[in-house]
Design a protein around this ligand. Structure first.
Ligand SMILES: O=C(O)CCC(=O)C(=O)O
Length: 274
């Protein structure tokens, strides 16, 4: 690792975001990009009328954690990324898992390519706050260069502590985050952020992981729908990141603690339903 998680965490604290330049090797980026493009062609269309407002007009590949463990491992397999995520999101009162392992979870894992419309400023923490503790963050692995014309991400620096929902009129104060393939952009999900319209007619793919504290809901039933061979490939740390250690018990006779450790992990995905 040639970058400093401490610097990234310090920037996240003050600015609400951090850019890590050239964190991922070009050959890895090239194969991820080819896979995003192939998936976009081969997957049946989703959504329609119930597509969330912010996703309309943009290409989104949902639930990439079900395709291949490699997509999850772009995050969990990177010691620097994991140090940043633990620093931001680990619950220090979570005793069943040692603090050098994750107790935060992944809320979503998507591929995203900007369409020609602007992505309005928004937050993804659902609730703003001015507190020093972060409860959700996003990491975008940039697969294609992002310029203003190609719809780069925009942010309002330090807005993560504003204790307010994003004000669309603040787009005028938002700064473009121009990046190159291989960069990482990390932001506190309370940060007011969006993206410019992509007027180039080209794709603009990024792999975006959203990570949250262990008690937040995931976007889909990640734990119930993971194919067994992918579950078998996960390390215990990765199973915790998927949420298998913090599933609510069925009732008080199954368990009375909402938090569990690695010794409570089960051999099969279906075991968690019983
Ligand atoms: O792709 C981007 O530039 C921003 C994506 C975004 O705002 C989001 O995933 O919440």
């Amino acid at each position: 690792m040639s970058w400093s998680p401490e610097t990234c965490l310090a920037e996240l604290e003050t600015q609400g975001y951090s850019v890590v330049r050239q964190a991922v090797a070009p050959d890895v980026i090239a194969s991820l990009l080819a896979e995003m493009k192939a998936l976009a062609l081969s997957r049946p269309p989703v959504g329609g009328a119930d597509t969330p407002f912010l996703n309309r007009g943009h290409d989104v590949l949902y639930n990439l954690q079900r395709e291949d463990v490699r997509y999850t491992r772009m995050f969990t397999g990177d010691a620097g990324v994991m140090a940043v995520l633990r620093g931001l999101l680990n619950d220090t009162w979570y005793r069943q898992i040692a603090q050098d392992s994750p107790n935060f979870i992944m809320r979503s894992l998507i591929g995203r390519s900007s369409g020609d419309g602007v992505l309005p400023l928004h937050i993804d923490s659902f609730i703003p706050s001015s507190g020093k503790l972060c409860h959700a963050c996003q990491i975008s692995i940039i697969l294609e260069d992002q310029t203003r014309e190609r719809g780069c991400t925009v942010v309002v620096p330090s807005s993560h502590r504003s204790d307010a929902y994003a004000d669309p009129s603040a787009m005028a104060d938002a700064i473009p985050v121009e990046t190159q393939a291989g960069d990482l952009v990390v932001w506190d999900s309370r940060l007011w952020h969006g993206a410019l319209g992509n007027t180039t007619g080209l794709t603009r793919w990024a792999l975006i992981g959203t990570f949250v504290r262990w008690w937040m809901k995931q976007n889909f039933d990640m734990t119930g729908t993971l194919p067994q061979p992918l579950y078998d490939a996960l390390t215990d740390d990765e199973k915790a990141v998927f949420g298998y250690c913090s599933l609510p018990p069925r009732d008080e006779y199954q368990r009375t603690d909402i938090k569990t450790g690695f010794s409570d992990l089960r051999p099969r995905v279906s075991d968690y339903q019983t």
